[in-house]
Design a protein around this ligand. Structure first.
Ligand code: F0G
Length: 366
């Protein structure tokens, strides 16, 4: 058999606190780092997108879910639970199937993109629709795991960040060095924290723990770490406000979060890297989503496009260093939320007879 990517636990065994034997995996990770000339030209830098929608359930959450669920199985819990704006629940549901675990997902009512809801349903998760937002759901989940023998698989579970840090490894492995700037969307703030950990470990500034290779000394893979540029939706931007906000609102429902759990880690990532966390408007997010689809060839969900929207805004403001090497994580697949993508689009092209000559003439094909 030709080489097949083995999933992040096997591929990065030396840097993860889990044994590879018994890993619960859908062979996540190994996603494309794709050159984006259309964005490079606009910002005057060398820009790549890390296409996390190419993961098995269509988002970066799979990296953290393989590690979290693997650890839950080893610990012996029989049910997992999460609060979610949709992607965590889709991923938890799929990995729970692989592990034979009960999966309970706590979702803010009416604010989950339909594709994500479909995923939780087809994978047999038990859905609880909460009359509240993500922050309410997360509070309830925290209270449930305190009182019951149910394992939390939100990113406050440290194994989630351990898995998600591997995306930073892949970027450095692909480029042969760390980027100068890394851009990503920020919601509950687990991912920016995980990337920062990953970049630091690869630069030898943090030691990895490994069960399979306890005594391995790992030489640094790079001398530098990037500046971390995080972007929130303007209606859900607690880091920009400097405090949690009560009623987050944005078209990018995945990052409709007012009280991020990984607050301190994210602030450390921003400040220690000399980076920033800024806000982008819903219009900027949707414009970046269209640009990625129409000129890069990658269909992402709205929240994912916040990274690119932010980079474009910074370029507009003259704050992007000329010629810098920049990576942008696009976090989730566009197929998860077709309703938003098709808003205002003509989905009923004129009906024609199955007459080849007429169709060639109509399309003016030569
Ligand atoms: N992009 C997408 C597509 C997401 O689903 C999320 C988070 C983020 C970005 C933000 O990542 O929370 O680590 O800062 N989605 C979570 C969920 C909250 O429930 O699926 P973060």
């Amino acid at each position: 058999m030709a080489h097949q990517w083995r999933g992040i636990i096997a591929e990065y065994a030396q840097r993860l606190p889990l044994a590879t034997a018994g890993a619960v995996t859908l062979l996540e990770g190994g996603t494309p780092l794709l050159a984006a000339p259309a964005i490079s030209t606009r910002v005057g830098a060398e820009v790549y997108v890390k296409v996390e929608g190419a993961n098995p359930t269509g988002s970066f959450k799979d990296r953290g879910m393989t590690t979290a669920i693997t650890e839950v199985v080893q610990r012996g819990a029989n049910a997992v639970i999460c609060a979610s704006t949709g992607n965590t629940s889709a991923s938890a549901a799929a990995y729970a199937v692989r592990a034979g675990l009960r999966c309970i997902v706590m979702l803010p009512a009416g604010k989950i993109a339909l594709g994500k809801l479909a995923q939780a349903i087809v994978h047999g998760a038990e859905l609880v629709s909460v009359d509240g937002n993500f922050d309410d759901c997360l509070r309830v989940v925290r209270e449930i795991v305190e009182r019951t023998d149910t394992a939390m698989v939100n990113s406050v579970n440290p194994y989630r960040l351990q898995g998600q840090k591997t995306a930073a490894f892949e970027i450095v492995d692909a480029l042969g060095r760390a980027p100068d700037i890394h851009c990503l969307p920020v919601g509950n703030a687990g991912n920016i924290s995980a990337y920062w950990m990953g970049f630091n470990e690869y630069a030898g500034r943090m030691t990895a723990t490994s069960f399979d290779h306890p005594s391995t000394h790992l030489p640094p893979k790079t001398d530098t770490v990037p500046r971390m540029w995080g972007f929130q939706a303007a209606g859900a931007a607690p880091f920009v406000a400097g405090e949690p906000i009560a009623n987050p609102e944005t078209v990018a429902t995945a990052i409709r979060i007012g009280a991020p759990a990984s607050w301190d880690y994210a602030v450390a990532a921003r400040d220690d890297s000399g980076g920033l966390i800024d806000a982008v408007s819903d219009d900027e997010i949707l414009a970046a989503q269209r640009l990625l689809a129409a000129e890069v060839g990658v269909f992402v969900e709205p929240a994912s496009a916040a990274s690119v929207a932010g980079l474009l805004a910074k370029a507009e403001a003259g704050e992007v260093p000329a010629g810098a090497l920049i990576t942008c994580t696009v976090t989730g697949n566009g197929l998860k939320d077709t309703a938003t993508a098709l808003e205002g689009a003509d989905v009923n092209p004129p009906l024609v007879a199955p007459e080849t000559d007429q169709i060639i003439a109509q399309l003016k094909l030569r």
